[in-house]
Design a protein around this ligand. Structure first.
Ligand SMILES: *Cc1c(COP(=O)(O)O)cnc(C)c1O
Length: 377
């Protein structure tokens, strides 16, 4: 049995005719950059997300960088980020000579909370970057209230949660990436809406920020060859936009399929006292970019990983080292022990295969193999 973390070939084969035709059309037109498919995709994604502006760019990391550049921040301004996440978020803050202020995450949801963030706010804090990790939204209601109270920007990192919906206490529903001032996402192939190369986008309902973002992503110009501010070159290729326009039609189906896999795992593992299945929260759905188990004992994690591996089942550790312990982001006073929950998670998490092409046979095989781990067979 060939079990993959992600079956992008299988996924492509199901929509091959549509995708091939879409790619061919771009090639035949030779509009490789800024072709009509880019605008079309941006407006389709805007409609899907119910957000006024979608600005495509070259990748998710660029999206985060451009978002921060649009806020007119000063060197040394503090930006609050989780310390248990992918490095891109903190990296762009550091690159822009801003000060990343890392905060602990919740042990069950893997996400930051308003409470954890509030303790880190200082007079220099200018923005919060919640990351909707693994595909489930940060509890945005309280976080947005906190941001309002302290007059802070909120830049959502929705790279792992595109399509996830959050329900506010008044019943209003919003999609990940559309709740803060700016939302950022990635279309890296492995993301829930992945293209066939690199891609990313920013979302905002704020027209002033939208204009600024467009300008920054396009060399700081509105009129060609007239540069008002220092920008970057960050574009989504037309071919990628054509592919994304097609795949967007299937995004909700993909999330449903991932949820079927996750629910099957949940049910199969709920009696196992040596692990915890991913916590689900009431006010967000989950698009399961990752299905991440938490082992009760850190000593089991690598043993389980090899047990699965020996049976031909891949698994991944997202993430093995929290950001405050990475040499690139070392800060005085943040030694080992500074964020015990995140440090502990790094030793206990294990992500299982979850994708849109998983068969019942594969699922059963993974479940049986995992179940046999403590039984010594
Ligand atoms: C993938 C990812 C990014 C970066 O996206 P790229 O397109 O690879 O630059 C940023 N943040 C999170 C949480 C991600 O998962």
């Amino acid at each position: 049995m060939n079990i993959l973390m992600l079956d992008l070939v299988g996924q492509y084969n199901k929509i091959k005719a549509q995708v091939d035709a879409g790619i061919q059309k771009v090639i035949a037109s030779a509009a490789f950059v800024n072709g009509p498919q880019v605008k079309e995709f941006a407006s389709q994604l805007g409609a899907y997300l119910s957000v006024k502006n979608v600005i495509p760019c070259a990748n998710g990391t660029d999206a985060l960088q451009i978002a921060l550049m649009a806020l007119d921040l000063q060197p040394g301004d503090e930006i609050i980020v989780p310390c248990f996440t992918y490095a891109a978020t903190t990296e762009v803050i550091a690159l822009l000579k801003l000060q990343p202020v890392m905060v602990e995450v919740d042990a069950d949801t893997f996400n930051i909370t308003a409470e954890l963030v509030e303790a880190a706010i200082t007079p220099k804090t200018k923005a919060i970057v919640p990351v909707h990790l693994y595909g489930q939204c940060v509890d945005m209601g309280p976080l947005l209230k906190l941001a309002e109270k302290y007059n802070l920007y909120v830049i959502e990192d929705a790279a792992q949660a595109l399509g996830a919906e959050y329900t506010f206490s008044d019943g209003r529903i919003a999609k990940a990436g559309t709740m803060g001032d700016i939302g950022c996402t990635s279309f890296f192939p492995s993301k829930n809406l992945g293209c066939y190369g690199d891609g990313g986008a920013l979302f905002t309902n704020n027209e002033t920020l939208a204009e600024k973002i467009k300008m920054i992503a396009n060399h700081g110009q509105q009129k060609k060859y007239y540069h008002e501010i220092v920008g970057v070159n960050s574009r989504l290729d037309t071919i990628q936009a054509a592919i994304l326009g097609i795949k967007l039609q299937y995004l909700d189906d993909y999330a449903r399929t991932r949820n079927v896999v996750a629910e099957t795992y949940d049910k199969a593992f709920k009696e196992l006292e040596w692990l915890e299945t991913p916590a689900r929260v009431m006010n967000s759905d989950h698009v399961f970019h990752q299905y991440t188990l938490k082992l009760k004992n850190a000593s089991d994690r690598d043993l389980l990983k090899s047990h699965l591996e020996m049976a031909g089942i891949p698994s991944m550790i997202y993430y093995p080292l929290p950001l405050h312990l990475q040499p690139a982001f070392k800060q005085e006073g943040l030694e080992k022990g500074a964020f015990p929950v995140s440090e502990d998670l790094c030793t206990k998490v294990l992500s299982l295969p979850v994708h849109t092409e998983m068969t019942d046979e594969q699922l059963t095989y993974i479940i049986d193999t995992l179940n046999s781990f403590k039984k010594g067979n």
